[in-house]
Design a protein around this ligand. Structure first.
Ligand code: F3S
Length: 108
């Protein structure tokens, strides 16, 4: 099963910015089929995310916000790192995501 590639920043480029939240979107972004990886220090591979919601529930800083991409093969609901700048790097979401769609990077 595919998991988020921890080296994706070396392999993909930023192809878009999320209109509402302002974070980077990496790789091919052609909704609803291809959604790419969303975020910078909190990165969620939207093509892997199945909308489980563990990340939304476990985050103590309420970093995530649900967004909808009707028609995506894995799920219509995705957890967007809307407030990634609030991340305290507790790693709870990365650890709990059942499909390993999340990668947390330390803020410099
Ligand atoms: Fe998606 Fe994993 Fe969160 S499946 S909703 S990134 S726990």
């Amino acid at each position: 099963m595919a998991q988020i590639d921890p080296d994706f920043k070396d392999k993909l480029s930023v192809t878009a910015k999320h209109e509402e939240f302002g974070y980077s979107i990496w790789g091919e972004f052609a909704p609803p089929a291809k959604l790419g990886i969303h975020g910078d220090n909190v990165a969620v591979d939207f093509d892997i995310c199945v909308g489980d919601g563990a990340c939304v529930d476990v985050c103590p800083e309420e970093v995530y916000e649900w967004v909808e991409y009707d028609g995506h093969a894995a799920s219509a609901k995705k957890a967007a790192p809307a407030r990634q700048e609030d991340c305290i790097e507790c790693m709870a979401c990365e650890d709990d995501c059942p499909v390993v769609a999340i990668k947390i990077y330390a803020l410099e």
